[in-house]
Design a protein around this ligand. Structure first.
Ligand code: MN
Length: 765
């Protein structure tokens, strides 16, 4: 362990003899002045090129050390004269970042990129130049880190979603990019004191919200802990001080307990001839804080603040040690977790248990092998220690990053960044539960996942036909949330198919994307069928056999004309209202037979200078032309009404009045604003409901009023109410809303009429 280390766990207070702790004090000679505070203090130690190279060599003897030395010199020259906010020479920052990366076990390209990571952003260097001097790998990593630096994770959710998405994509390409970024962030957090207060808060929050979970996801446990503790210190300085002071005051007691426990454990290891090491430590400050808040316990009553780690050689020794520890001290029920047979999704493996220690203290013990320990602390870096290196390792190639592969897969599907963010959050930040199939194999799901998620995890087909589930043998609806350890058996029915509501039930991104894909396919099939039908219908009006034209290939001309890829695309465009059948056929007929006159539509003759269909409907939609328009039957809008359009599935745009109660139930993202086209003069249907006392001449009076207002009656329904009144439902034709409301006004004045409303019933508001 070196004095330079930004990662050494200073909470480890004792360890078994095997571990020696060398201490080197660096002579600190010159003083620096902070350009912000003016504070004068000794300069921080800048890691030298040789110190970095030494760390790298330790675990990677054949690394290209010379390239790292050149990168060091290049960065020193590029940043020459620049200062950090602390007053230190700028090179201290990239050198420390590189040192951390080397110490963590990353390869020479990561280390060189650590040295160079700020050159493109802050100096005259370019990616091309780095490429030439240090090769493509280094240049690509620096490029990736520079791009992440350009992103600001502000509070606007969508912007943030977009940025995180980019970051995830960059790390899918080469995971050394986020790793270098994390090392960069770690050093910046270590020197956060020199930033202005509001910046400290923003950076600390961003670190807590984004970078610490990211480190966790990458299995970089040491990064995660350090980032959390540092952020916590700035976000909750009071709580941080309380805990650190308490720990200082109680150190002696805790140390005594730790050495007592270590002695006992070492004793049983020797007795049973198990090779290994034991560590005892006081837990990370932030994790103590989280426990305090979760258990609502004051510090003095907190019991499980110390933890032990037993690292053994062989896998079977893990379970042997567990048994021995449980004989020595009574285990606390419900606290044993076997992450060896069920690794966490970031690859973490270990046995966890909590026991009642020698003084009745609850103590946590983790047991794992050296290799598991390496993976736990170094995460993705462990990959280089054990496996091949020297090329960009895309994370999706590694089995423990299945979640990332899933993410990449549906990246293609989810174009909505908000939606993507939702599922990403779920994947990145949520805890996991483990459930069992009837055959006993284990499946991992995010907390809050339902049987339906489980069904999709088994197979898409199982998900598509899922009707329910037996959870621990009991029949439950598929929306039931699963709990850790549940045994789940899915019940399917071939006649069952996904429904839009299912999207509200599922929690996993996988199930969500499968359902969406299904719905989209289903909609397309419907749109194709509808488009085909509309073209044939329109064709009959125009004396043109569209079905035949499709069969003999003439319709292909329209496919090309409207830039569609296939005939189905053309149908789908018509079915969804992007193209009107009339437009398609008029064009096709004019191509096939340039001399033929296309008959005009027989009803509602169109004015010569208004050729488009939308004008005939009296509605214009901003930015959209030639849309199939329908008026909602529920509210029957008339010109002058405030209206809103709903993009239907396969029926074009349906226009409702803005206050129609149905609008509330529609998916808001499919609503669009529409306007009336003022030149319209054709009559519109409207509904009027009238309540009146049963009396002679009531209907005659009403009819008279309607005639006087120049309103045609389309239909009328009369019913009697129990209290001897009549309800009359008229469907009438009006010019516009003003016409309608003036008519309603006149109707209210008719003798024996008690109430008049627009709509189909008096109660219908
Ligand atoms: Mn930096």
């Amino acid at each position: 362990m070196s004095h330079l280390s930004s990662l050494s766990n200073d909470n480890i207070v004792l360890s078994s003899a095997a571990e020696s702790q060398e201490k080197v004090e660096a002579p600190q000679t010159h003083m620096v002045t902070s350009p912000i505070t003016g504070e004068v203090r000794p300069a921080a130690k800048v890691p030298t090129a040789e110190e970095i190279v030494d760390q790298l060599q330790r675990h990677m003897p054949d690394a290209d050390l010379d390239m790292v030395r050149r990168a060091y010199d290049y960065a020193s020259a590029a940043h020459a004269g620049q200062l950090r906010l602390s007053g230190d020479p700028y090179i201290m920052h990239p050198a420390t970042v590189a040192y951390t990366l080397a110490e963590m076990g990353f390869d020479e390209h990561s280390v060189a990129a650590g040295l160079l990571h700020d050159t493109v952003e802050d100096t005259d260097s370019s990616i091309d130049e780095l490429d030439e001097l240090f090769g493509e790998q280094v240049a690509d990593i620096v490029d990736g880190v520079t791009k992440i630096n350009m992103m600001t994770f502000d509070t606007k959710e969508e912007a943030q979603a977009e940025n995180i998405r980019k970051m995830i994509l960059s790390m899918a390409h080469d995971m050394r990019v986020p790793v270098v970024k994390l090392a960069d962030r770690l050093h910046n957090m270590n020197t956060l004191d020199f930033q202005k207060l509001h910046k400290q808060q923003r950076i600390a929050k961003e670190t807590m919200d984004i970078y610490a979970p990211l480190a966790n996801r990458l299995g970089l446990h040491l990064f995660k802990q350090k980032l959390e503790d540092l952020s916590f210190r700035y976000l909750r300085p009071d709580a941080y001080a309380e805990i650190t002071n308490w720990l200082k005051d109680n150190q002696i007691v805790e140390r005594k307990l730790i050495s007592k426990v270590i002695d006992k454990i070492e004793g049983i290891m020797i007795e049973n001839r198990i090779n290994g090491r034991v560590f005892g430590r006081i837990k990370q400050t932030y994790s103590i804080y989280r426990k305090m808040t979760a258990q609502q316990t004051p510090l003095d009553e907190m019991h499980d603040i110390i933890a032990f780690r037993i690292i053994v050689q062989e896998l079977r020794d893990c379970y042997a040690m567990l048994g021995l520890v449980h004989v020595l001290w009574r285990p606390v029920p419900g606290r044993f977790k076997d992450y060896i047979s069920m690794p966490k999704s970031n690859g973490y493996q270990s046995l966890h248990t909590t026991v009642m220690g020698p003084e009745g203290e609850r103590i946590e013990i983790q047991i794992r092998t050296e290799e598991m320990n390496n993976m736990a602390e170094h995460g993705v870096a462990a990959h280089w220690m054990y496996k091949e290196r020297n090329h960009a390792i895309a994370m999706q190639d590694m089995p423990q990053f299945q979640w990332l592969r899933d993410l990449m897969e549906r990246q293609r599907d989810e174009t909505d960044s908000k939606e993507f963010m939702g599922s990403l959050r779920m994947d990145l930040f949520s805890d996991e539960i483990y459930v069992f199939t009837p055959k006993g194999s284990v499946k991992q799901l995010p907390k809050g996942a339902t049987s339906l998620d489980f069904a999709f995890l088994i197979h898409s087909d199982v998900g598509f036909h899922c009707v329910g589930a037996k959870i621990n043998g009991k029949l439950e609806p598929f929306a039931t949330q699963l709990k850790n350890g549940d045994m789940v058996e899915i019940i399917t029915d071939k006649n069952r198919h996904p429904h839009r509501d299912w999207l509200k039930i599922v929690k996993t991104a996988k199930a969500r994307s499968r359902i969406q894909h299904y719905l989209r396919t289903e909609e397309r099939v419907a749109a194709i069928a509808l488009g085909k039908e509309l073209l044939e219908k329109e064709g009959r009006k125009m004396d043109f056999n569209a079905g035949k034209a499709a069969k003999d290939g003439r319709m292909q001309l329209a496919v090309t004309e409207f830039s569609c890829n296939t005939l189905d695309d053309l149908y789908a465009n018509v079915g969804t209202g992007k193209l009107t059948p009339k437009k398609v056929l008029t064009k096709l007929i004019s191509i096939l037979n340039p001399k033929r006159e296309v008959p005009e539509e027989p009803i509602a003759p169109i004015k010569p200078n208004e050729p488009s269909k939308k004008a005939a409907d009296g509605i214009t939609i901003k930015g959209i032309e030639d849309t199939l328009i329908h008026f909602a039957k529920c509210c029957k809008p008339v010109p002058g009404d405030q209206v809103v359009g709903f993009i239907s599935r396969g029926r074009g745009v349906i226009v409702h009045t803005a206050d129609c109660p149905h609008v509330q139930t529609l998916e808001s993202e499919r609503l669009i604003s529409v306007n009336w086209n003022n030149e319209e003069s054709k009559p519109f249907p409207a509904q009027i409901c009238i309540m009146g006392r049963n009396a002679k001449g009531l209907l005659a009076g009403i009819s008279m009023a309607l005639v006087q207002q120049d309103v045609n009656i389309d239909s009328l329904e009369v019913s009697s109410t129990v209290d001897g009144r009549s309800q009359m439902n008229f469907t009438v034709e009006v010019r516009d809303a003003a016409h309608l409301y003036k008519t309603i006004d006149k109707l209210r004045a008719v003798e024996n009429v008690t109430e008049v409303r627009r709509g189909t019933s008096i109660a219908d508001d």
